[in-house]
Ligand binder design. Sequence first.
Ligand code: AGP
Length: 624
Amino acid sequence: MCGITGYIGGNKTTEVLIDGLKRLEYRGYDSCGIAAVDSKNSLYLKRVSGRVDALEKLVREEPVKGSHVGVGHTRWATHGAPSEDNAHPHTDCTMQVVVVHNGIIENYLDLKDKLLAAGHKFKSETDTEVIAHIIEEKLKSLHVQEKAMRADMLEPVFFEAFRRAVADLRGSFALSAVWAKCPGMILAARLHSPLVVGLGKGENFIASDVSAFLKHTKRVVFLNDGELAAVRKDGIDFYTFQGKKLAKEPVTIQWDSTMAEKGGYKHFMLKEIHEQAGAVENTLRGRLLPLGGDALKAELGFTAEAMRGFSLVQFIACGTAYHACLVGRGLFENFGMNAYADFASEFTDRAKLLAGGALVVAVSQSGETADTLFAVSEARAAGAKVLAITNTVGSTLTREADYVLYTHCGPEIGVASTKAFLGQLAAIYLLAGHFAAARGHLDKTDARRYAEELLKIPRLIEETLEKEAEIAAIARGFSSSEHFLFISRHINFPIALEGALKIKEISYVHAEGYAAGEMKHGPIAIIYKGMPLLAVAPSSRVLALVAGNVEEAKARGADVVAIVDEASQKVVKASRYIVLPRTDELFTPLLSVIPLQLFAYYIALAKNCDIDKPRNLAKSVTVR
Ligand code: AGP
């Protein structure tokens, strides 16, 4: 996730762009830049590998002269490590066309090959730079003799070149472009990535979200997927990608700027819980089909043969990422592969035992967790190949690993990991499906079913989130409880652990996750009358056993909340139910964790805890 801004109108271009980027830094902050058209219709371009403050200092030292139009970008890298060269805005060969982009251009490698063959020179590793060169090509194809044309005659040409360029793109994009020869207009396009325009007086704004320009105007128009905007200082026109003009009514935003950064949510954690469908969708995008084929070849070099060549999978991680690993172990074992999962901090002697052909999968949102990095170094010293699953491009882990599979969740600001966890699960389900299909554990029919079920998950996540009010009410009823138990079995046992961790880390209350079958071997002794016990019990092969464990707990006085689906609700005898949409047993962790995240959030909210920055915790634990 990145942040884009655009401004056209008065003579405060760089001031508005920089201020807007500061308000969008929560969307990405590994590098940033601005471009503006100066009074001589030349392009002014400043970019830094670092935060917006560094960019502001650079712009102050070397100001632009007489600009009324420009675009800006703060980056969360997806393609190409954080660096000045990879920072947006990106330009074409003529240094006249400049673009900023948030999203993923899935077909950028094909497009780049064609552009290289046509003689284009590239300065970055990004997918975004391709867009600037495509617009350049489209302008050429329209035989623009711009020397003979007045600026206002160039606008329709620039619009058509931009529209045709957008038609070539596949994937997700919120895009904004300027052509120095046509400084009276900024063009924008939206597909699967948010984009909004702000209506000012004699000036207009573009951004990824309203927080970038809310101090200037609260009158906005949200673009929908498949829409373009031609933004001039005295008006904005909207079109479909096919060029059909659209009438769109502005709305007035009621938020203040701080609320806007959180998208109107009270905390980043809640906002990020609600971003999980997108995190899964963006992590799966363009990588799933054909399952077991070459979908991961470009990114990982994993052909079907390579996936058959690994003898076992050894997961290592910490905290929430470790819980994702436990789900992964269950998945791979379900498909008949030897799989292990260890706390990175407890991996000490196991590295030496890794058989030849082991694939070590290190999972880390930050890619900077010291325990995980140390375990990776031990695995590599033992000769194992290491695959990193991380959300942070250019992180240390990506440089230590042989292969990197990025989750595309955008920056996760809340210390308690939510959307990054779903992104990690999505990446692991992706990997397990490819390995199973490549190794013959999923035949063509089952592989298709697996992929179809996985592709339904984002919609089912949204359906699950519709239960938020109900979950909040249940949570408030337990806000004074001092102990919580979470139980489940098999593929959902890690979700019981994750539910307990969430409560501990944001409300500072004692909670334990247990394998339901383990309760009778001791822990059941701690149950007291009214003790809250959350049972994760969707339909599964072990449902009857989980239902029995719930009965045992209830008989000792536990107050049971069961996370079920409609079918399992008839089997499990609980005091309260949170009913999930039905999915195949194997995929239930992707849904069952959501009620537990919301449960923990509303307990912490009721206790007035510092939810986004819990005491004693850091977003990335860089010490062992
Ligand atoms: C999760 O809510 C915690 N913030 C913590 O357990 C975290 O998952 C762990 O520190 C690992 O972080 P990483 O994914 O960045 O390696």
